[in-house]
Design a protein around this ligand. Sequence first.
Ligand code: FRU
Length: 473
Amino acid sequence: MNQFTIERANQFIEENKHLVNPQYRPQVHFTAPIGWINDPNGFIFYQGEYHLFYQHYPYDAIWGPMHWGHAKSKDLIHWEHLPVALAPDKDYDLGGCFSGSAIEKDGKLWLMYTGNIQNEQGEPRQIQNIAVSEDGIHFEKIAQNPVLTEADLPEGIVPADFRDPKVFEKDGKYYAVIVARHVDGVGCVLLYSSDDLIDWQYESIFLKGTKEQGEMWECPDYFNLDGVDTLLMSPMRFERDDLSHHNLNTTVVVKGKVDWEKKEFIPEQWDELDHGHDFYAPQTLEDDQGRRIMIAWMNTWGRNNVTKELDHQWAFSMTMPRVLNWRDNQFTQTHVLTEAHLAAETMDDFSTNQAKLLVLQPKKQADFELRVGSANDYVSIRYEKDGNAVYLDRENLRIDLSGEENEPVNQRGFRVKEAQLAKLEIILDTNSIELITNDGTATLSSNIYLGEGIEPVVTLWNGDVEITSYVIQ
Ligand code: FRU
């Protein structure tokens, strides 16, 4: 009998979700009903609603044999939990149903995901599988699985690191970008094609990285946005550059051009996608309004797990979804909050127990500092005119959030792309902060855990800044 099944997972969640301690649970960031989450998977607009699947281990607040959790939403802010979609219950995914994506075909919802397994010699292998649903809730793994194995790899690829398929359609054909480790010790994106989502052919090495660009990449996403070929990825051990890539597991947005004859992505420009401590494995969808929307795991590998240490029975969340664009050659990420989600409040009757959007407008181009928390347990958000940079500093939090990277672990920052910081938006939600500058030209996402009884009071510590606050509802 299989140890892990969908039925067992759903029953466990139903019977145990009341045990979750809500102290640090965010209000508008997505979290699982109980247990652990990592990457967003299968993010898709399907039959009028946004569906989000995610890497999930329901039985403990730690990474374990991966299931796919599932939820849906009408507005990307309020989510309804659905039954677990995939459990690692077949010999082609026994070590975990790893990350993957979704696509609609003939009205059905198709998932392509990585099966993490061991071969007969006990060596790790990663292979690709398909599951299909008629109702968008119950998924059937197809009889033809696995649909891609090490036999489908080009020369020079390590078969233990071949994962995270992202499917898309182009000119009536299906394609999948899948990451892999090259024996040269660099990351690769491989391109596969299919007419029916079942029978897949190897096409090309879409992109091969250099040593500076990381030893392996994870979770690729390719799309053409506003006329620009765009690749998102999560590289491991990308070389640091000024304030960028201080996390050992970082994320990049690569602007380029695809040569569809050769099926190669020609990169032109690499940028860090988000500059915070806690942002990884983003995935995008295109909705019925033609918006390209991204959501990411609001954590990265190697951080300590505060809610597990405190036995709160859950761990980690997603970021808020963001709309992506290329505007005047500049990549932008804007939040999806509309007037209907925002209720203005004054700083005098500022309630500390609700998620907020704060909009800061500096009255002059000068340093400022905002603190969230109490006098001796706070996170600091600073603008420094010298260097034109924004920083978030966790040094004065009493609950230490370490990481496996070299110093500085506490501080993250970025240089403002424009000559001036005209606007800084702050999304503050219980245990997390997301910063967005100047209508989306840079973002920074970091978790914070204020000590027991400490409220997230917002204080302008220094500077001349106008602050408008909205409760997110
Ligand atoms: C990224 C990742 C993926 C993998 C999944 C396993 O965070 O390592 O590459 O599919 O998590 O949970």
